[in-house]
Design a protein around this ligand. Structure first.
Ligand SMILES: Cc1cc2nc3c(=O)[nH]c(=O)nc-3n(C[C@H](O)[C@H](O)[C@H](O)COP(=O)(O)OP(=O)(O)OC[C@H]3O[C@@H](n4cnc5c(N)ncnc54)[C@H](O)[C@@H]3O)c2cc1C
Length: 382
């Protein structure tokens, strides 16, 4: 399999790297501390073509491939995981759901402005009583006089309450059979729909500048035509989309491992202990070597999964492998980066402390590590 980066991928990498260095890096610590969602950055990433990277030019995208998005997310996560996850959700969850299952009218209304960087959209599956077990959702949607009446609540929904939020794709139970099997459908709910209340921002240990809220639906009414795709196919729709999402989350993990290595190496070469640079101590060398191994393997697994997506080949197992390995490796890498930085690594003065806080959620969002193992085992035939 040829997974080399093309000139175009390298150009995207350079563009995002330069943009992140000049427009994001100087402000990330402040946004993180204040829990400030940097809407203007998302708009600028739209102008740069990053929000539309993997979408058809027909809808304002760039006809790019998954590997392009992987490269862009890696670069963003090396600087600011909050910005990266904002882009990840719209390019890998809400965007593909609209692209693959939306009507032409729905795409024009919600997808096109989002790809231009004017708006963002969310996908709401998780609820207070269920997350990993998607079939356990209880938020309901009933047809009343040509409208869906939605009742229930959602938890931890990214991109759901910012100044840019335009819509939320809500997974809801729209019926069921006598045996108790639920019919689950996805419905597009505009942010200003009557009956929708966006709760206060969560106080998170990481991704603090990203926009995450609980949502409450009390007889929330949206037109019947806001149903996404076929009624009852909601579960299949988001299972398909989540495979790509896992590749994107894996790319964010690769970025964190790489920046951990870069910063740790630079520190180890400069900082002296016991009369010589840290990098002359074998225990530190081994930590750096382990990080170098991790970044290589995580990147290979991620690029392989992205390449399978681009070739239209099955990638469920490979996406789960990439997400599982990269997110767990990122946790180890940021931990060792703090260790190599010593006391400095524990101080918010260093971005390493923020990276340490940002890494954990990669093993939770879009399917926990346990869920990835379940998917891999199932694909193995268990
Ligand atoms: C910052 C942030 C942003 C998020 N954004 C979104 C979003 O935009 N949209 C959205 O829908 N959700 C979002 N989520 C929710 C996220 O997807 C869920 O938290 C995740 O899927 C886990 O669900 P849960 O929290 O309900 O944990 P649970 O499902 O309750 O799981 C708890 C623990 O039990 C384990 N477990 C569960 N079932 C099994 C099993 N069968 N075998 C072994 N172990 C098991 C899990 O792996 C986990 O370790 C976000 C979460 C966070 C923290």
């Amino acid at each position: 399999m040829d997974i080399a980066l093309s000139d175009n991928h390298l150009m995207i990498q350079r563009t995002v790297r330069d943009f992140a260095a000049s427009e994001i890096a100087p402000y990330s610590a402040q946004w993180d501390e204040e829990g400030h969602f940097p809407a203007h950055i998302i708009a600028k990433l739209g102008e740069l073509g990053i929000t539309g990277l993997i979408f058809p030019s027909k809808y304002g995208g760039s006809d790019g491939d998954m590997l392009s998005l992987v490269v862009a997310l890696e670069e963003l996560a090396k600087v600011d995981s909050s910005v990266a996850i904002t882009i990840e959700v719209l390019t890998s969850l809400s965007g593909p759901l609209l692209l693959h299952f939306g009507t032409e009218e729905q795409k024009q209304k919600w997808l096109v402005p989002m790809l231009q960087g004017k708006t963002i959209g969310a996908f709401a599956l998780t609820e207070p009583d269920t997350g990993s077990d998607a079939r356990g959702i209880t938020t309901s949607a009933v047809l009343v006089d040509g409208h869906w009446a939605i009742n229930g609540s959602k938890s931890y929904i990214t991109n759901s309450g910012s100044s840019m939020t335009d819509f939320i794709i809500v997974a809801a139970v729209t019926g069921g059979d006598e045996a108790g099997k639920k019919e689950i459908s996805n419905i597009v709910v505009p942010k200003d729909a009557p009956g929708l209340t966006v709760g206060s921002s969560y106080r998170k240990i990481g991704w603090r500048a990203s926009d995450t809220h609980p949502l409450f639906f009390e007889d929330c009414r949206v037109p019947e035509g806001n149903l996404l795709g076929e009624r009852g196919r909601g579960l299949a729709q988001f299972m398909k989309v989540l495979d790509g999402g896992r590749v994107a989350i894996s790319a964010m993990a690769v970025g964190l491992i790489e920046v951990s290595l870069q910063m740790s190496l630079a520190h180890a070469l400069k900082r002296r202990a016991f009369g010589k640079p840290l990098s002359d101590h074998q225990a530190i060398q081994f930590k750096l070597a382990d990080m170098a191994v991790s970044v290589d393997l995580a990147r290979l697994a991620t690029y392989r999964a992205a390449t399978l997506v681009d070739q239209g080949l099955p990638h469920k197992k490979e996406a789960a492998i990439a997400k599982l390995f990269s997110s767990e490796a990122a946790l180890q890498a940021v931990d060792q980066a703090v260790q190599i930085h010593g006391g400095l690594g524990f101080m918010e003065d260093s971005p390493i402390a923020r990276f340490y806080r940002d890494a954990k959620v990669l093993t939770i969002g879009e399917g926990t590590s346990e869920i990835q193992r379940m998917i891999i085992a199932r694909e193995l035939g268990c």
